[in-house]
Design a protein around this ligand. Structure first.
Ligand code: C2E
Ligand code: MG
Ligand code: MG
Length: 709
């Protein structure tokens, strides 16, 4: 699968669901954090303000006590108040007590958050919640109380000069008697509210001027309204969080649905509704690499429906796709869990199958093919299946354990390529349906990789050698020409004949480099030999059909030969017969140009493939090279001789010279001589040989030196 696609898919996947979830989690963490932080501040503020309030109240009473401790009346007032307090001396002995003494033993300093206030407090031993009981017994809740105290009357009423907002939980009755204000307090509406307040007792210590300490019982009232407010905020917060979670869940569900749609787009083939190649690669790799699957043998199958094109031609592409869709369903019926089928390319299905042994696997594939054939009774379909198995020690040359480990790195695309390579070797004529990728194919593939890897190094390092195979005139037995044939002397692989690497170069395009290399080397040799005063014969060089797509081929050849300073008439260009079918007009044009430049042009391997006699008449060729097959196997004999004889006649009519290739027998030479064949290139006279030997040959067979040394 294309890496770009993979990245795109992963990013969409991430953005849709995982992204949502991540953002939500982050948001919730942020939100809860902020809430806890803010509410902490809020609660602290409320508690501190309560503390401050109570400290002020106790401090006021302590001042009252201090100022009027010798006055009976004050004491009476203080005793009447419901604020319990004790006065202790420097040894913590209680010297005065009002109300119940429930002051705890272990006091400690507490500091207000703003750092300004520090107070010494004791816990309450009972710590029960106190509530106001009845009219007139409400605790003092005055601010700046002591400063305002002026007079006291025996009847129990207190006269104050009141200046400000004073208290909230009292009704104030003012009277104009004397200079003060009469305060009578009783439970009123607000005080009722205060009943609901929660009061937490704590004893606050105030230092007196005489060295004693006044420890008064404070009641930290937590106002119910504060609690309600906090509760309301909490509820609002929870409601918000729940709403947010609901929204996120909805969004996540939607994006999951969307992701499924996207997955379908990515993983399904719209025309056949089958899973596609991308799905096969992603899921297949996952399946194979899973630890639990390592003990199972798996095989990847490339199943090709060979009649797809014809079927589409007869019906329509739409019908063809419908058939593929039905085939996909049929194949899936034959697969078990953890087996897979995908529509890989046009007429190819990719299958991942489990198997116990290869015979059983082949039987299953045959069954699938049979079922597919039964889909349409009116048609006779053919299928080809290439199989690559994953546990074969033959292939990987490793032990079972090692092979299992390899599973972790296995790439299903490569395994499928092996299966396809096996499929390609199925010969159309032998009727076979299934081929398993085996050791031989594996070695072939390794060889191809090796050639591919080494080609440039070989070219630059002059590892390619030019061998020459002489051509003889059967009438005179004179050496009248030669063909340049490539060999590869590889430091790693040894001496290699062209049959093993030329087809690979033809496939990977490196053949054009080889053709250039050969033309340049032959031209250089010819030029050297000429310079040495030797009589040179024309030497033919093979030019691959891949080269003929280049419109300036003739110019390229001229340049290469001219660069070496070699006369054009000493070079002959061999074109393979199959190349004549590609673009006839371009071919004719190139041949014309080459001839105009003074090169001879020959048609190689005439008769080997699908000869078109018709093309011969249009091609202004100089030489016809009869393929070696005429003189071998089934083609040899009387009928073969007749064909050869007629081909030579035809060539003569078209004013072409003839060269017979692959001639090994004396009789063949005699026959060709009688038919008027111009030259013979074959083992009978000479095999392809290195340059040095070729020079000896020239010397040996003919006294061809133009000048005596
Ligand atoms: P080709 O161009 O048809 O070359 C003739 C092949 O027949 C050569 O095989 C030669 O060794 C072989 N041959 C000649 N006489 C006999 C004989 O009497 N008996 C037998 N058994 N074989 C004979 P070679 O050298 O292995 O080359 C094979 C093919 O590789 C060539 O067929 C040609 O198509 C290709 N090739 C070789 N060198 C080059 C090259 O430099 N460039 C290109 N493009 N192709 C090349
Ligand atoms: Mg040739
Ligand atoms: Mg040939």
């Amino acid at each position: 699968m294309n890496n770009k696609n993979k990245r795109l898919y992963n990013s969409i996947r991430f953005n849709s669901v995982i992204g949502n979830i991540l953002v939500s989690i982050l948001f919730i963490i942020f939100f809860v954090g902020t809430f806890v932080f803010a509410s902490g501040f809020f609660i602290e503020y409320i508690i501190e303000s309560k503390f401050a309030e109570e400290q002020e109240r106790i401090s006021t009473i302590s001042k009252m006590y201090e100022e009027g401790k010798d006055s009976k009346d004050i004491k009476r007032i203080l005793d009447a108040s419901d604020t319990s307090f004790i006065v202790v001396d420097s040894k913590d002995k209680v010297v005065y007590q009002n109300g119940e003494n429930t002051c705890g033993a272990n006091g400690k300093y507490i500091t207000m958050d703003n750092g300004s206030e520090q107070m010494f407090v004791y816990p309450d031993t009972k710590a029960d919640y106190l509530y106001p009981k009845d009219n007139g017994s409400l605790g003092f809740k005055f601010k700046e109380f002591s400063n305002k105290l002026v007079e006291l009357y025996n009847d129990g009423d207190i006269y104050f000069s009141l200046t400000s907002e004073e208290v909230h939980s009292f009704n104030l009755n003012t009277s104009e008697e004397d200079e003060g204000v009469v305060v009578s307090y009783y439970k009123n509406e607000k005080a009722e509210k205060a009943i609901e307040d929660i009061k937490v007792p704590i004893w606050i210590s105030i230092d007196l001027e005489d060295g004693n300490r006044f420890i008064g019982k404070a009641l930290l009232s937590i106002n119910i309204r504060d609690v309600i407010l906090a509760f309301e905020i909490l509820i609002a917060f929870l409601a918000f969080v729940i709403l947010y979670i609901i929204i996120i869940v909805i969004i996540t569900i939607f994006s999951a649905v969307n992701q499924n749609r996207i997955k379908k787009l990515f993983y399904k083939d719209m025309s056949t509704d089958a899973y596609n190649w991308m799905w096969f690669v992603v899921k297949g790799n996952k399946t194979l690499r899973k630890g639990i699957n390592a003990k199972n043998n798996y095989a990847v199958v490339n199943l090709e429906f060979k009649n797809y094109r014809n079927y589409c031609l007869c019906h329509s592409i739409k019908e063809g796709d419908k058939l593929l869709s039905r085939m996909n369903k049929e194949i899936n019926k034959h697969l078990n869990s953890r087996e897979m089928c995908a529509h890989a390319t046009t007429a190819n299905f990719a299958l991942l199958m489990k198997y116990d042994d290869t015979d059983q696997l082949q039987m299953r594939i045959h069954e699938i093919i049979k079922a597919l054939n039964d889909l349409e009774k009116d048609h006779e379909f053919t299928f080809k299946a290439g199989v690559a198995v994953l546990e074969s020690e033959d292939i990987f040359k490793v032990g079972k354990e090692a092979s299992r480990k390899r599973r972790k790195n296995v790439n299903i695309e490569n395994v499928y390529n092996n299966a396809s390579a096996a499929k390609v070797t199925i010969d159309d004529v032998d009727g076979a349906e299934i081929r398993i990728f085996d050791k031989k194919l594996f070695e072939e593939q390794q060889w191809t990789d090796f050639v591919h890897e080494k080609q440039w190094q070989a070219l630059k390092g002059e590892e390619f050698l030019v061998y020459y195979q002489p051509k003889y005139d059967p009438k005179t037995n004179n050496l009248n020409g030669a063909e340049a044939l490539i060999r590869w002397q590889s430091p790693e692989a040894g001496f290699i004949t062209p049959g093993r690497f030329i087809p690979i170069f033809e496939k990977n395009g490196f053949i054009t480099e080889i053709d250039h290399y050969m033309i340049s080397h032959v031209a250089r040799d010819q030029k050297n030999w000429l310079d040495q005063g030797m009589r040179c014969v024309p030497i033919s060089v093979n030019v691959s059909r891949a080269h003929f797509v280049e419109s300036d081929l003739a110019e390229q050849i001229v340049k290469m030969v001219d660069d070496e300073g070699c006369p054009h008439n000493l070079i002959e260009i061999e074109l393979t017969e199959s190349a004549f079918f590609d673009d006839k007009n371009a071919m004719i044009e190139t041949i014309r140009k080459l001839k105009n430049y003074g090169f001879s042009v020959s048609m190689d391997d005439f008769g080997a493939g699908y000869s078109s006699l018709n093309s011969l008449k249009d091609m202004p060729l100089d030489v016809l090279k009869l393929d070696a097959d005429f003189f071998r196997g089934e083609n040899a004999g009387e009928r073969g001789e007749k064909v050869v004889s007629e081909a030579i006649k035809l060539a003569k009519i078209l004013e072409m010279r003839t060269v017979a290739e692959g001639v090994e027998e004396k009789e063949q030479v005699e026959f060709l001589k009688d038919q008027g064949c111009d030259l013979i290139q074959g083992y009978y006279f000479a095999k392809p040989m290195p340059k040095s030997e070729f020079l000896e040959r020239i010397d040996q067979w003919q006294n061809w030196r133009v000048t005596e040394e």
